[in-house]
Design a protein around this ligand. Structure first.
Ligand SMILES: [Zn+2]
Length: 336
């Protein structure tokens, strides 16, 4: 499979690194976005792995780096080209914050962005991604994950009955390796919304996090999930395993502390992807000054499906992510 990027050809079973210019920053530094290409041994579509829109999601940027090695070490045994964009918001990565420190905006809410000189920096950055990177892809895997102290695992899906494209998105969700799927019609200026509007097929993957970054097995499992998703779109040979998902929820929410302090989990990784009874204490916020318990974070639904955990003793601000949960009474069980 030969792939061409702005006139530069990359032959089959090869890798290349490209830089997409963005602008000159006030520091004088020229900002560019890195995109790696890995070409398969046979013809096929272009699949983009988009990581690091949220810079605090370090796990997904590291997964993206390892992904190139996995694909090379497995002998480029796939169709088409896989583009790897490890850090789509470098300033957010550098500061370890969800939003861009320069204008405090959330990159994954401002797509399709703006032309240079028309809006805030983050909007310009989204505009460059939408103009220069997304058009090169047929399929977009929009990877998100936990921050430094959390671990996430779920996958967004849609109603498969609506169209063949919806059915494909659902099959990829079934193949992702996540036990809990969230049927959700996102319309908030996300990268995946933008890709959909451009006629691409986008998949939103929520996996990993700093709370398991020392476990190299977490990267191996995510690679297994990635290969299984690629089987659905026939980029990798073989029959996909569509029986991994357990439940689809149509309603979810975040469980966040009302007060800041030291977060002490009661339950961690062992409940990720599992059902927890309503009223279960998931974690507590404790004052490091007075030692008082300031908050108890409670499973809110009778059948609470756990999609993200905060599994580390960690400092929390009021309103920060602690748990993401689904209402198991909504949606449906999957019996395949
Ligand atoms: Zn994210």
């Amino acid at each position: 499979m030969t792939f061409a990027w702005d006139g530069i050809a990359v032959g089959p079973s090869n890798t290349a690194h490209f830089e997409v210019p963005v602008c000159t920053m006030a520091s004088g530094h020229k900002l560019a976005l890195s995109v790696h290409a890995v070409t398969g041994s046979r013809p096929g579509p272009v699949s983009l792995v988009a990581c690091g829109s949220h810079g605090e999601e370090l796990w997904s940027s590291e997964f993206c780096r390892r992904l190139r090695d996995y694909l090379v070490n497995d002998g480029y045994d796939f169709a088409g080209t896989i583009l790897l964009a490890p850090v789509l918001n470098p300033h957010s990565f550098a500061s370890g914050t969800r939003n861009t420190p320069i204008d405090l905006h959330n990159l994954n809410r401002v797509f399709p962005g703006s032309k240079p000189g028309k809006n805030w920096f983050t909007d310009m950055l989204a505009g460059v991604i939408a103009d220069k990177i997304l058009p090169k892809a047929d399929f977009v895997f929009d990877y998100h994950g936990g921050g430094s102290d959390t671990v996430i695992h779920y996958h967004y899906t849609v109603d498969p009955k609506l169209s063949s494209r919806h059915a494909l998105v659902h099959d990829v969700a079934l193949a992702s390796g996540a036990e809990v799927l969230w049927e959700h019609n996102e319309q908030r200026g996300t990268l995946s919304n933008c890709a959909d509007d451009m006629g691409k097929t986008a998949f939103v993957v929520e996996v990993g996090g700093g709370g398991e970054i020392l476990d190299s097995g977490s990267f191996d499992r995510a690679y297994g999930g990635f290969l299984n998703m690629l089987r659905v779109i026939e980029v990798v040979r073989g029959t996909p395993n569509l029986s991994r998902a357990r439940v689809v929820v149509t309603k979810g929410t975040t469980v966040r502390p009302s007060n800041g302090g030291t977060f002490v989990p009661v339950s961690g990784l062992e409940i990720l992807g599992k059902t927890v009874a309503g009223g279960t204490v998931l974690g507590r916020v404790i004052s490091p000054y007075t030692f008082e318990v300031l908050d108890e974070l409670i499973a809110p639904f009778d059948k609470t499906e756990i999609m993200q955990v905060r599994n580390r003793i960690s400092k929390v601000h009021p309103g920060e992510y602690a748990y993401i949960v689904g209402d198991g009474a909504t949606g449906y069980a999957i019996n395949t």
